[in-house]
Ligand binder design. Structure first.
Ligand code: PMP
Length: 408
């Protein structure tokens, strides 16, 4: 995309005209959450102004309209990731809830003491802790595939570590702390050759690269609406229909049942048997609007734009004294994680903030990644479609002040 295209996209995001500490906002914390285009904000507003009603309940017109729009959003999401059917899309709160649902409903009932759950050393806590809970509940073992000094998964080790007792492989598609893009198609092929199902954590992939769950042949794919220009509180678990059919419900309540007596309750069909209680209706509808927005530009176009920003930012950061990049894989999404050898990440983050630069400083919910690289925290700049080269220039200018204030 040319500069004019990026400038036009920026106009779609009202928050980008905010000022912070008297400076124009430079938003480089997209890994944490993305900003929302006016169409998404408008979709929520339109829903509450014209449609608001509970779904799957009423015979009245608004309820029917709400149900239709909510279910149309499900079909929209299915199309975005090329799922075979809308029923393969389970609405959840976000990636975290999606992974917990798979852990408790699919995996927990079929693991025994000594069985293994395979993850990698670059996972977010939300793809670690739900499995540790299952391990505690069942006596299963968590097995962790190592990564190298660039932040690349050790595929030879992966092949070795998938064994007789592996019951699930759960891997991130893109690392939030390092930016690494995993070769997921190949990793799935390897697991499937041994009969092991695969869950992909797509939180950091969904807004940045095309995702085709059928081409990947993944068994589960989890993502959060808020990381793909949609609202918080809505997310997606994709699962193959036959897996969903076989999974027991995890939460009970209204909407997930077919009939209830005190003696016996029968459950609703998929995906509704996993959606107990009144859902985030407005969120689902606005998420569909976000996917419309992304598709109108093209996720491949967005990815190419972010790749150019990544190359520019990587060169710029490498030129700074005492700055070290963490995560230097060849295949990376638009994430630059770094440390200053003399200054704690939080101090760097504070100076950046005073320059209007919003970046993340911390462990990024990936403490084992920090331990792997021997750092307490990193500063992370993560890109989205509305970022421009000047944003990176602002980051670099602020880093120059970090050096002046704290450098030795
Ligand atoms: N996995 C990865 C790789 C992430 O980056 C995140 C969010 N930082 C999550 C999972 C969790 O997403 P959420 O908090 O929206 O559930």
């Amino acid at each position: 995309p040319d500069r004019d295209a990026v400038a036009r996209w920026r106009e779609d995001f009202p928050i980008l005209s905010e000022r912070v500490h008297g400076k124009p906002l430079v938003y480089l914390d997209n890994g944490a959450t993305t900003q929302k285009p006016a169409t998404v904000i408008e979709a929520e507003r339109r829903y509450y102004e014209h449609t608001n009603s509970n779904v799957h309940r009423g015979v009245h017109l608004l309820s029917q309209r709400a149900t239709e729009t909510y279910e149309a959003a499900r079909a929209r999401i299915a199309r975005f990731i090329n799922a075979a059917r809308p029923e393969e899309i389970v609405y959840v709160r976000g990636t975290t809830e999606a992974i917990n649902l798979v852990a408790q409903s699919d995996v927990r009932p079929r693991v025994a003491p000594g069985d293994e759950i395979l993850i990698s050393a670059m996972e977010h806590h939300s793809n670690i802790v739900p499995w540790q809970i299952v391990c505690e509940q069942t006596g299963a073992r968590l097995v962790v595939v190592p990564i190298d000094d660039r932040g690349v998964l050790d595929i030879a080790a992966y092949e070795r570590m998938i064994g007789e007792r592996t019951r699930i492989v759960a891997l991130t598609h893109v690392s939030n702390a390092l930016g690494t893009i995993n070769p997921v198609a190949r990793l799935i092929e390897i697991a499937h050759a041994r009969g092991v199902p695969v869950l992909l954590d797509g939180a950091q992939a969904i807004a940045h690269l095309p995702v085709d769950v059928r081409a990947l042949d993944c068994d589960f794919y989890a993502f959060s609406g808020h990381k793909v220009y949609g609202p918080t509180g809505i997310g997606v678990l994709y699962a193959k229909a036959d897996r969903l059919e076989a999974m027991p419900p995890w939460q009970g309540g209204g909407d997930m049942i077919r009939s209830v007596t005190f003696e016996r309750t029968t459950y609703n069909a998929i995906p509704w048997k996993f959606e107990a209680g009144t859902p985030n209706i407005a969120g689902a509808i606005a998420l569909a609007a976000a996917l419309d927005y992304v598709d109108a530009i093209g996720v491949d176009v967005i990815g190419a734009h972010e790749a150019a920003l990544l190359a520019y930012a990587t060169d710029a950061m490498r030129a700074l004294p005492r700055v070290r990049l963490i995560g230097t894989a060849d295949h990376k999404a638009g994430i630059v994680s770094f440390v200053h050898e003399d200054v704690h990440a939080h101090d760097v983050g504070t100076i950046l903030d005073h320059h209007g630069v919003a970046a993340r400083a911390g462990h990024h919910c990936a403490m084992p990644v920090m331990q792997r690289f021997g750092v307490p925290a990193t500063v992370r700049a993560s890109f989205a479609l509305y970022n421009k080269r000047e944003d990176i220039d602002a980051l670099v200018a602020a880093m120059t002040e970090v050096e002046e204030v704290f450098g030795r």
